[in-house]
Unconditional design. Structure first.
Length: 241
């Protein structure tokens, strides 16, 4: 979310100070309603009019980003930590993360300025497959992994069945690499699932989202999605297939 006067200024309609004056004079509407409060915040899905004229709609942009660890999935942070949009400083459009990855989780994250696209991909009823690779403490037994495959009870309810594979075992380090695919998007879900079977996560990376992967990218790099990829994602979200 951004302050309304900042969005108006970014659209080139007026300076931020003049935008504040326009708001105070009742000349700005958000979603058809006059707004006079300067602290009002708006998102990418909000329709803004100034003097009865809609703000020019930004070109829709869609990016696949390899988020490094230690970066916040947000546009700003009150502790001044690095955020994902810092990597897109030269992109003129107002980008927002599509969903999120934890601060200490790396991997595939989408960013866009298309509010409908963001809603479509993050709505709970639209099941988008997400594959993670986790380094865990200890070596999970097959019986423990089967619990995850069937669904396991967490504090916010039972998880949907997951696809789980033991990739490698490091007996000397008493650790293992586990691949897990889920369709839900609960907060820190993969970490909580693995901790629930007694194998806390030491390192976590999202490798895939639907048919997308990180091929050719290093941490901190990104590429723009093709129109065909965007269309496929929308179809997947709408059909659940």
């Amino acid at each position: 979310m951004e302050r309304l006067q900042k969005v108006i200024a970014q659209a080139g309609v007026a300076s931020r100070r003049n935008a504040e004056k326009l708001i105070a004079e009742g000349k700005v509407k958000v979603n058809g309603q006059v707004v006079t409060e300067l602290g009002t915040k708006v998102g990418i899905a909000d329709k803004i009019e100034v003097n009865g004229i809609p703000l020019a709609e930004e070109e829709k942009r869609y990016f696949l980003f390899y988020k490094p660890r230690g970066v916040i999935s947000a546009v700003k942070d009150d502790k001044n930590r690095k955020v994902v949009t810092d990597y897109f400083a030269h992109v003129p459009e107002r980008l927002y993360p599509v969903g999120r990855l934890d601060y200490d989780t790396s991997g595939l994250l989408l960013l866009s300025n298309d509010g409908e696209f963001t809603h479509l991909l993050t709505h709970p009823r639209h099941e988008i497959r997400k594959t993670y690779v986790a380094k865990v403490k200890g070596i999970p037994l097959r019986e423990a992994l089967k619990k995850l495959e069937k669904g396991i009870v967490l504090e916010d309810g039972k998880t949907a069945p997951a696809k789980v594979k033991l990739m490698t075992v490091e007996k000397g380090k008493n650790s293992a690499i586990v691949e897990i695919t889920i369709h839900e998007g609960r907060n820190r879900q993969v970490r909580r699932m693995l901790e629930a079977i007694g194998h806390p996560v030491l390192k976590l990376k999202r490798e895939q989202l639907a048919f997308l992967d990180l091929y050719g990218l290093n941490a901190g790099e990104y590429r723009e999605l093709t129109p065909h990829e965007v269309k496929r994602l929308k179809v997947l979200a709408q059909t659940g297939q």
